[in-house]
Design a protein around this ligand. Structure first.
Ligand SMILES: C[S@@+](CC[C@H](N)C(=O)[O-])C[C@H]1O[C@@H](n2cnc3c(N)ncnc32)[C@H](O)[C@@H]1O
Length: 205
């Protein structure tokens, strides 16, 4: 099997990052809308698995005073820095890398299931990436109830951890998130929607 970061580095070279940006835009808008009404203004934020950095740049228009992105695909990060030379984009493998300072808000779209242990990453986000009282919003399109997505690991020759909606909800709870909202968004005739997950690290934790 190939490393996801190698596959997506090739995708960036082929310009396929723009297709992902278009494909994910509706779900990401809904996820950001649900999260941002809970955040202080201004807020600090990071996008995990940021690709070409399009959500990082969106976050600065939504009130982020410090917005950063991290991705393990070299060409994605090169592209992000080319588009936005003033921006902060980290090229790093996850879950090993952790930020120097925590954030008020963590966003991640279509990244978590590439990991062998998404629940471990959720715990790290909760304990190490977020300030007390901070919020996570995460979206995944590969999950058990989205039958067509079950073929993706074989089609892409990349590891994906397949979890049901209930598994994701439990993983968010086990990681310590509170005030959970789990919903499917941006569905269409052949797509049950992005599974979106919103949760908060307790203010006194
Ligand atoms: C499906 S793309 C989504 C990109 C972006 N979030 C978007 O919506 O356009 C998944 C991204 O996660 C990154 N990624 C996957 N596994 C990773 C890992 N272990 N460490 C760092 N980045 C990873 C890939 O390089 C890729 O850019």
């Amino acid at each position: 099997m190939k490393e996801a970061t190698d596959v997506f580095s090739d995708w960036a070279e082929q310009g396929k990052d723009l297709g992902m940006e278009r494909g994910h835009a509706t779900a990401v808008s809904e996820m950001l809308k649900a999260a941002i009404e809970n955040l202080p203004q201004p807020f600090s934020a990071i996008d995990i698995g940021c690709g070409n950095g399009w959500v990082v740049r969106k976050l600065t228009t939504l009130g982020a005073i410090r917005a950063e992105g991290v991705d393990g695909a070299k060409q994605m990060i090169l592209k992000a820095r080319e588009i936005d030379p003033q921006g902060t984009y980290h090229e790093a493998q996850l879950p090993e890398w952790t930020p120097d300072n925590p954030f008020d808000f963590v966003h991640t779209m279509e990244f978590l299931y590439y990991l062998k242990n998404p629940e471990e990453m959720l715990s790290k986000i909760h304990d190490e990436w977020l300030n007390p009282g901070g919020w996570l919003v995460a979206g995944v399109d590969h999950y058990s109830e989205h039958e067509a997505s079950l073929k993706w690991p074989e089609q892409l020759n990349v590891h994906m951890t397949t979890m049901s909606i209930q598994d994701w909800e439990k993983a968010m709870q086990n990681a310590g998130f509170q005030n959970l909202k789990i919903w499917q968004t941006a569905s269409s005739e052949n797509f049950p929607g992005t599974l979106a997950m919103l949760g908060q690290r307790a203010a006194d934790s």
